[in-house]
Design a protein around this ligand. Structure first.
Ligand code: HEC
Ligand code: HEC
Ligand code: HEC
Length: 350
């Protein structure tokens, strides 16, 4: 063998080790947040389309008008697919849209596939994308029902879709409000006290502030993955009702014991501010009777939440209503000790 070709061979032989080394070093970025390169994107779609085309070859398509199961397929779509793909009158969950690749809005996509190809995709799913396989592979009748439904999908408006998916008797269906409260209660409780130290007390909060905050989450002006997802399933027309409901819940102010030195210093900040750093008195805005309803109550709020929000404001990561910039400025001047002392005081009073 010539020296050069043995060099090439040796190089090739080390390739697998180099690949393992790269994987072990962790340089390869598996983050979904950064997206694929355009070339990777193109290649993956190209490979997916080719694979579906090849594997769909030879699938015999039944008469879709006679498959039955179209209506149950619609109802199944609503529970099993719409979360990712959206549906007429319903946007997909923000959590699903953050997937890589993001699930396509099928209303616009089904026309690009043949019946056999749709059958293949729904039955087997798409590897590495989150698109799941049908749970019972042998139930091809169910899968054809879904294909028949997807063919109908582009011609449905929101009303037509709902009629297909839901039983029409409205009486025993929970109202949009009850359904929403049940979701909020998973974290906030029905009493609005919150089931964890990091979940804010929203009971007894000013309703102007609550509605302003809910809108800020919906409009992307206050970042929180949890609240954005929770609100994506909530009809915008009932946000006012939800805010009023929680504002009307009693706030059992439960002062907790506190380190007296820290509380005394916190009291000074709350009542007089820090003139040396031109920090205004917190309670000038957050307490008393002259208070603007857009300014939230912070007495009775939880310690972990108070501190976390002050840090978020200070780092310009909080957002909020049209008044939020006021707090960004105030919090930016507080030291870590100021934050702890003022939180100690605020949680030690009624
Ligand atoms: C967890 C999220 C998720 C769920 C649930 C899901 N899908 Fe998908 N689906 C995807 C993703 C992501 C793709 C894109 C795959 C790609 O681009 O290669 C996809 C692709 C598809 C496609 C091909 C569309 C195209 O043009 O790329 C069809 C058809 C489809 N899904 C139907 C369904 C049906 C029917 C259901 C319910 C039984 C369902 N999906 C459930 C995530 C999901
Ligand atoms: C998965 C848990 C979860 C669910 C479900 C949830 N929340 Fe929240 N909520 C939180 C957390 C955590 C925060 C604090 C977020 C932040 O840091 O901005 C929050 C913040 C809020 C705030 C801002 C409070 C303040 O003092 O600024 C309001 C208002 C609110 N939620 C109302 C609701 C309503 C109404 C629902 C039901 C539609 C709901 N939440 C569902 C966890 C949840
Ligand atoms: C000039 C008025 C003003 C002053 C002074 C002020 N705040 Fe605020 N604060 C606001 C407003 C307005 C908001 C609501 C921001 C939003 O979400 O839109 C707020 C929000 C907050 C929040 C978030 C509450 C929640 O439920 O999420 C905390 C915590 C807070 N302030 C603490 C303080 C502390 C501590 C001080 C004193 C160091 C202080 N504030 C001084 C106006 C003020």
């Amino acid at each position: 063998m010539k020296p050069r070709s043995s060099l090439v061979l040796a190089g090739l032989a080390t390739l697998p080790f180099a690949a393992v080394l790269v994987a072990w070093l962790g340089i390869f970025n598996v983050a979904a947040s950064t997206g694929h390169w355009p070339i990777t994107n193109w290649f993956l779609h190209f490979a997916m389309r080719s694979s579906v085309r090849t594997y769909a070859f030879g699938i015999t398509v039944p008469d879709l008008r006679k498959t039955g199961l179209l209506q149950p397929a619609a109802a199944h779509f609503d529970t099993g697919c719409a979360f990712c793909h959206g549906a007429p009158g319903m946007v997909p969950s923000p959590a699903a849209l953050a997937m890589l690749p993001p699930p396509p809005y099928l209303v616009h996509k089904v026309g690009e596939w043949t019946d056999a190809q749709l059958f293949r995709i729904i039955r087997h799913g798409v590897r590495y994308t989150g698109m799941p396989a049908w749970p019972a592979l042998e139930r091809t009748d169910e899968i054809w029902g879904m294909v028949a439904f997807l063919r109908r999908l582009p011609s449905l408006d929101a009303e037509g879709y709902r009629r297909l998916v839901e039983e029409p008797s409205v009486r025993d269906r929970p109202s949009a409000f009850d359904a929403a409260i049940a979701r909020c209660a998973r974290c906030h409780g029905r009493d609005g006290i919150g089931r964890d130290e990091a979940v804010p007390v929203i009971a007894g909060q000013s309703s102007a502030y609550l509605i302003g905050s809910l809108r800020a989450y919906v409009e992307g002006k206050r970042p929180s993955g949890m609240m954005e997802v929770a609100l994506s399933q909530t009809d915008a027309s009932i946000l006012d009702m939800l805010a009023r409901y929680y504002a009307g819940q009693p706030l059992p102010a439960k002062p907790v014991g506190a380190d007296p030195v820290s509380a005394a210093r916190g009291r000074e900040i709350a009542e007089q501010g820090l003139p040396g750093k031109s920090v205004p008195a917190c309670l000038g805005c957050h307490g008393g009777s002259r208070k603007n309803p857009a300014y939230p109550k912070i007495v009775g709020q939880k310690r972990a939440y108070l501190e976390a929000q002050l840090r978020l404001f200070a780092e310009s990561r909080r957002g909020g209503t049209d008044y939020a910039h006021i707090m960004t400025k105030v919090a930016g001047k507080l030291s870590e000790k100021d934050i702890e002392d003022v939180a100690t005081y605020l949680t030690s009073i009624k």
